[in-house]
Design a binder for this molecule. Structure first.
Ligand SMILES: [Zn+2]
Length: 250
């Protein structure tokens, strides 16, 4: 077996693995995206809930202050009724009035705060709904992964073993080059040569469709135990059977 044959075999087995994996990978990617979105929504919900908690604490402080002030007013009014000293009466009246003004402010602040609590409660309810919906989407994506795994499962193990056997035939250094190219080209590391015009010796790369210099074509055909790359895209060029036969007849 020439190096080109070994690489062609490896490439074929690799493509089998890749096509089986594709559905599984796509399902996994979708699940990961849905999970990311869920984490964002949960964070949003956590923030809203935290804000709501603070707003409620603030409202209860305001209520406390208002009721303290009310108690104080009540006490001062009792003192007002029992005082006969005009100076003391006047001083107490001023204090009562000031307290009433302050109380009015506190009540208005408390009212604002109640409004804020209402709208935050509303928002927190919405984010909670969104979190629940998103959890449903994540769970659907998980089901899809489980289905894809069940469908592909055993076969994937077999084709992977097949691919590994084919890979073991290829010298390690060349396999590294091949793997890197597979990575870069998304599984299209190896390609054939396409003949455009034999008389004019016009050939193109089967991967990127750019024209190939005659030297690259000749190297591919005459040195099947060496790597020949397309000078444009870097893919590994192999001669298909038909081409080899034609070469033999030349
Ligand atoms: Zn190319």
């Amino acid at each position: 077996m020439t190096l080109q044959d070994q690489l062609s075999t490896l490439f074929e087995k690799d493509s089998n693995v890749r096509s089986l994996r594709r559905r599984l990978d796509a399902a996994t990617r979708r699940r990961d995206l849905q999970q990311e979105r869920l984490a964002q929504l949960e964070e949003q919900h956590r923030e809203r809930t935290e804000e709501l908690k603070k707003a409620k604490a603030h409202a209860s402080t305001l209520e406390g202050e208002a009721s303290d002030s009310e108690a104080r007013v009540k006490k001062l009014r009792e003192q007002l009724q029992n005082t006969s000293d005009p100076k003391a009466f006047s001083a107490l009246s001023v204090e009562v009035n000031n307290l009433k003004i302050q109380q009015g402010k506190l009540e208005s602040l408390a009212l604002d705060q109640m409004g804020r609590i209402e709208s935050l409660t509303n928002e927190a309810g919405k984010t909670q709904e969104r979190v629940a919906e998103q959890k449903q989407l994540v769970s659907e994506a998980e089901t899809e992964i489980a289905e894809a795994t069940a469908e592909v499962g055993d076969r994937l193990g077999d084709v992977e073993a097949d691919r590994d056997r084919a890979a073991a035939e290829v010298p390690e250094e060349i396999r590294r080059t091949y793997d890197r190219l597979q990575e870069d080209t998304e599984g299209e590391a190896v390609c054939g040569i396409e003949e455009q015009d034999r008389k004019r010796m016009e050939y193109t790369c089967g991967g990127c469709y750019m024209s190939l210099p005659v030297q690259a074509v000749n190297a591919t055909l005459s040195r099947p135990d060496e790597l020949t790359h397309c000078p444009s895209c870097g893919r590994i060029l192999v001669a298909d059977t038909q081409m080899k036969e034609e070469l033999a007849g030349r």
